[in-house]
Design a protein around this ligand. Structure first.
Ligand SMILES: Cc1ncc(COP(=O)(O)O)c(C=O)c1O
Length: 399
């Protein structure tokens, strides 16, 4: 056996956490880290949120799993609440983001099939996208590093440049079923899609009989200061994949659809053993209790501004480290000058956790419950990290 019993698929930091408290993670040695990685936009309400702990432990003492052979009242309730809060009429629950995307892709293809267009199965996607690691979602994401060595790429995905709506229009053929896009790219480097572009995509879909699919796995559930990022643009999709934040750390996802988009998803057309199980549903409902409470999202917007303004000041002070700030809400990116992994390590040395992304960006994804004081503390640590790197550059130059 080489090293550990686990697949070598992850480049893990040499850190193990014993427990979490709000925005803080505590190692097995008692060291405290400020968590602005949030389990990659998952811990929407931080660690050990009392309302989520109560929901999960309360459900755990009653019933864990029954399968979708039976009614699951909490699943019905969460579905109704998501429908009430969004464009959607129907919801299918999954265990992960990739499965939510699989469901959206299948729903779009099946829609065209039952509408008399079985030839329409192709989906247009955008460079820099990340939609998951299943065979279909790596094909949708189109990134060579995730496709290499896994056999023939799943057929039916046509990729155009990021935010190139003219190219998307040109890519539409009689075989096109849908357009799939993240309103804010996460892994791709915190790249918001302009409102005008989302509007044009909606028009293109309406004109050509295509479905518009939003992937809000990372940018949804309050991350941008609205329940869903697309609300800022005033454009609604036909289908939407969500996950991450809705479970607050419990693995779950969902595909949301309009009645029309879900036309093909009849009895037996799709299924899941675990999706929508009572434990996940209890937590999902508890997350919504908090996120939909009066004033919660407005406070996220206020805190996001505080963080963004503070980051802009740090970027101004250390232009040889940070080239600029991008993103929206509590989904912010530091565009780095030196390799982002190096900057990330410098932040980790300051006991601040962040996540590298594409385009040489560091993602900051604190819990939506982060306090003003914690934002201040994070800014202090980012400044110290940037200063350390600047001093190291100066020392190197002086040699
Ligand atoms: C935008 C987006 N879509 C889909 C996924 C896949 O989600 P999961 O890892 O839960 O399968 C991710 C994960 O990072 C994501 O950020």
């Amino acid at each position: 056996m080489s090293g550990s019993a686990l697949y070598e698929t992850f480049a893990r930091a040499p850190l193990a956490f014993d427990h979490g408290e709000g925005t803080w993670l505590v190692t097995d040695k008692g060291e405290r880290y400020l968590d602005f990685a949030g389990g990659i936009a998952v811990n929407s309400l931080g660690h050990s949120h009392p309302h989520l702990v109560a929901a999960l432990t309360g459900q755990a003492a009653k019933l864990w799993h029954v399968s979708n052979l039976y009614e699951i009242p909490e699943q019905r309730r969460l579905g109704e609440r998501l429908v009430e809060a969004t464009f959607a009429d129907k919801v299918f629950f999954t265990n992960s983001g990739a499965e939510a995307l699989e469901c959206a892709i299948k729903t779009a293809r099946r829609y065209q099939f039952v509408k008399g267009h079985p030839e329409r199965f192709r989906i247009i996607t955008f460079e820099g996208a990340f939609h998951g690691r299943t065979l279909a979602t790596i094909a949708a994401g189109g990134q060579y590093k995730y496709l290499e060595g896994f056999g023939p790429k799943v057929e039916g995905f046509d990729q155009v440049a990021f935010d190139d709506i003219d190219a998307a229009e040109k890519a539409i053929t009689p075989e096109t079923a849908a357009i799939l896009i993240e309103p804010v790219q996460g892994e791709g480097g915190i790249r918001p899609v302009p409102t005008q572009s989302l509007k044009r995509l909606r028009q293109l879909c309406d004109k050509h009989g295509l479905l518009l699919i939003f992937d809000e796995v990372q940018c949804g559930i309050g991350r941008t200061g609205k329940l869903f990022a697309h609300e800022w643009a005033g454009v609604t999709p036909d289908l939407m994949a969500i996950a991450k934040g809705i479970g607050g750390g419990f693995p779950m996802g969902a595909c949301l659809a309009t009645d029309d988009a879900a036309t093909g998803m009849t009895a037996g057309a799709h299924g899941t053993t675990f999706g929508g199980n009572p434990l996940a549903m209890a937590v999902g409902n508890a997350v919504l209790d908090v996120v939909l409470a009066d004033g919660f999202l407005e406070d996220v917007q206020r805190k996001a501004l505080l963080l963004k303004q503070g980051l802009a000041a740090v970027a101004d002070e250390f232009p040889e480290i940070i080239d600029g700030i991008r993103g929206t809400g509590l989904m912010l990116g530091l565009k780095c000058v030196m390799p982002n992994n190096k900057v990330n390590m410098a932040l980790r040395d300051q006991h601040l956790l962040a996540v590298p992304a594409g385009d040489n960006v560091i993602r900051l994804l604190p819990p939506l419950t982060v306090t003003d004081a914690e934002i201040g503390e994070a800014l202090k640590r980012i400044r110290s990290g940037a200063k350390g790197l600047t001093d190291a550059i100066a020392a190197e130059a002086a040699k």
